[in-house]
Design a protein around this ligand. Structure first.
Ligand code: ADP
Length: 622
């Protein structure tokens, strides 16, 4: 491959761990999880070293035999011995290094479980943070695509494989003349410098190539996909698009040619450097052989050693350079694994207190709460003072972007207020261990998740649901009626992408499933953050009423941008620009004739018109 090891991506050191500490981390893990691979990684370079040295000795032994006039048996025995050592060494190296390569995947999977655990355990705001996401992405590609980790398993023994003969051959050559290995080293360093230079040029061109490639793939996808295909035909875009495509292709070819030329130029330089080095050293060796200072067999031996010496240096140092990239990947991975999981680790509430809350229910109080997203200047939530009383049904309404979802995330403890505080039964939410707090909540988010598994696993979030609780949840949510039509009932699989025979529920049916999930959990605080956004207003209203009915006695917060869905709530809070704009019952707010009344009228008119339009279309048979 002309581009050798490719561009020097990620050549900068980043992360807080040093190169050596990363190598040690990797070796410790390898030794702990896969001791077999660890020892094989040492065995194959040693076997290769012995086999190769025997190979290097062989020609000189033959020459020695010929020049010294050994007896046939003696010569054959020595040659046979060397051939056996060479064969054993090379075969062991081949088998062991293949086993190491095979073990690669097993080694990587040891990181997979802690990876998944970490992603699911960290506090939500940590999960969302850019730093954590970047490290998680690096860890993901390392673990699941082998980037960095796969190379490490193979390259580290490779470096060892080169270092051993370099040291040994260096000493042997230095015994002839100290400057011989030095000259070989200097020439190899120049060769490496040339390669590094070409790779630097390759790196510079890489972002340009990537940009062109992105453009090319976008153009290809746009012109090939049915969505873009309509416009292309309608507006006769084909010629124009093709020209654009060709321009990008030509630009890409020019970039490739540029990189290719650099590699060719530096490659020629490397050949010249090798030529000078070999000319000098071989010439000198020939000279001293002619003068009788070294024998012919020694000349043959040194000739071979020198050749190997340069080869090992060029290959080994190329591999060692690549270890820097692996070290960066390990750094990101370690930062990911070692990231703090919780803000308030270790501050568990006494169990009796939690039980008292589970029995008694929850009161929430927001005291002058404000919140600004990291990196933003304007607060999304501003100075909110609000008490959500025990057993109360509260509606939180507002147009899109008013800050409702952000407020839900604050109530859930996913975010920490940037000002003010939230109290749960009088205790600052910050002080409560998150997992304990979550056990008290049932929250339905806009972007809810249905996971690959059975219906009952999705409802109970476990492999072994409590049958009585399940039955109650299914009957109260009316989801049981949906399931009764399925042959496998609650054991039907969900998510078509994973299970071929999975069932696919409609939007309304999925809402029933989520209702059953909330009922099964039977938590003391219920929050609905518009999980019904994809349903029509009437269906949303039905579901909300059902939750209202079933959540009797529980503290419940109903969020919607459709004002009609929450009119049954005893208290309605209208949120505008992150502030409480109005507050009251539906009737009192309508009577006041303020913003709520205005929005309600506007939405009712819109929905009425939509309903009329729908009816008209149905009558026209559209
Ligand atoms: P609502 O639920 O009422 O539609 P949101 O709470 O989702 O409102 O959003 C309120 C405002 O906060 C919007 O202007 C939105 O763009 C902004 N916002 C939401 N999430 C983020 C985020 N992660 N980073 C920065 N701004 C955000």
């Amino acid at each position: 491959m002309i581009y050798d090891n490719g561009p020097m991506l990620e050549k900068k050191k980043h992360g807080k761990y040093s190169f050596w500490s990363n190598m040690l981390y990797h070796l410790q893990n390898l030794f702990r999880w896969e001791p077999g691979i660890f020892w094989l990684s040492i065995l194959w370079p040693v076997a290769a070293f012995i086999g190769n040295f025997a190979g290097n000795l062989l020609p000189s032994v033959i020459v020695e035999g010929l020049t010294q006039g050994w007896r046939m048996e003696t010569a054959l025995l020595r040659i046979l011995l060397l051939v056996i050592v060479m064969l054993i060494g090379n075969t062991t190296c081949y088998v062991a290094s293949n086993l190491v390569s095979l073990g690669n995947n097993t080694y990587r999977t040891h990181y997979a479980r802690p990876f998944a655990q970490k992603k699911m355990r960290v506090d939500y705001d940590i999960l969302e943070s850019e730093q954590f996401q970047n490290n998680a992405n690096a860890a993901y590609t390392a673990i699941f695509h082998g980037r960095g980790l796969t190379s490490l398993i193979e390259i580290l023994p490779d470096v060892f494989y080169c270092a051993m003969p370099l040291l040994f051959y260096g000493v042997l050559l230095a015994r002839v003349r100290w400057w011989i290995p030095l000259l070989a080293l200097v020439s190899s360093v120049i060769s490496m410098g040339l390669l590094k230079f070409a790779r630097g040029k390759h790196s510079q061109s890489y972002p340009v190539q990537e940009a062109i490639s992105k453009r090319l793939s976008y153009l290809t996808e746009t012109s090939m996909e049915p969505a873009g295909g309509k416009d292309i035909r309608m507006y006769h875009m084909a010629d124009w698009l093709l020209k654009k495509y060709e321009d990008s292709l030509n630009q890409m070819n020019r970039e490739y040619a540029k990189v290719h030329n650099w590699y060719t130029l530096t490659g020629t330089g490397q050949v010249l450097v090798d030529l000078v080095r070999n000319g000098l050293i071989y010439g000198y060796l020939l000279m001293i052989a002619a003068a009788g200072e070294i024998s012919l067999s020694e000349f043959v031996l040194y000739f071979g050693l020198l050749n190997s010496f340069s080869g090992y240096f060029t290959y080994g140092s190329g591999q060692a350079l690549f270890l820097g990239v692996c070290s960066n990947v390990l750094s990101s991975m370690r930062e990911f694994f070692e990231a703090k999981e919780h803000r308030n680790e270790g501050e568990n509430l006494p169990l009796e207190e939690v039980e008292r809350w589970i029995d008694g229910g929850l009161t929430l109080e927001l005291r002058n709460v404000s919140f600004t997203y990291p990196g933003q200047e304007k607060p999304v939530i501003s100075h909110i003072n609000l008490t959500i009383k025990l057993g109360e049904k509260l509606a939180l309404i507002g147009l899109n972007g008013a800050g409702k979802t952000t407020l839900v995330k604050l109530l859930c403890g996913f975010y920490q207020p940037t000002e003010g505080e939230i109290l749960v039964n009088g205790l600052p939410l910050e002080k409560i261990e998150r997992r304990q707090y979550y056990s008290l909540l049932s929250v339905l988010f806009q972007d809810y998740t249905i996971l690959p598994g059975t219906v009952e696993e999705n409802i109970a979030s476990t492999y072994h649901p409590d049958k009585a609780r399940m039955e109650r949840a299914l009957s109260e949510s009316d989801f049981g009626t949906v399931l009764s039509k399925l042959s496998h009932k609650e054991e039907s699989f969900l998510v078509k992408e994973v299970y071929d025979d999975a069932v696919d529920f409609s939007g309304g049916e999925k809402q029933r499933l989520l209702l059953a999930r909330a009922l099964y959990k039977d938590a003391k605080l219920l929050i609905l953050d518009e999980p019904t956004a994809a349903l029509d207003p009437i269906a949303e209203n039905e579901i909300y009423l059902k939750y209202g009915e079933l959540g009797e006695g529980k503290t419940s917060v109903f969020i919607s941008h459709r004002l009609s869905s929450t009119r049954f709530c005893a208290r309605i809070i209208l949120l505008e620009n992150g502030r409480i704009a109005e507050e009251g019952t539906h009737e009192s707010l309508m009577e006041a004739g303020g913003r709520y009344a205005e929005l309600f009228e506007m939405q009712s008119r819109y929905y009425r018109e939509q309903a009329r339009e729908e009816k008209r279309r149905r009558m026209m048979g559209d």
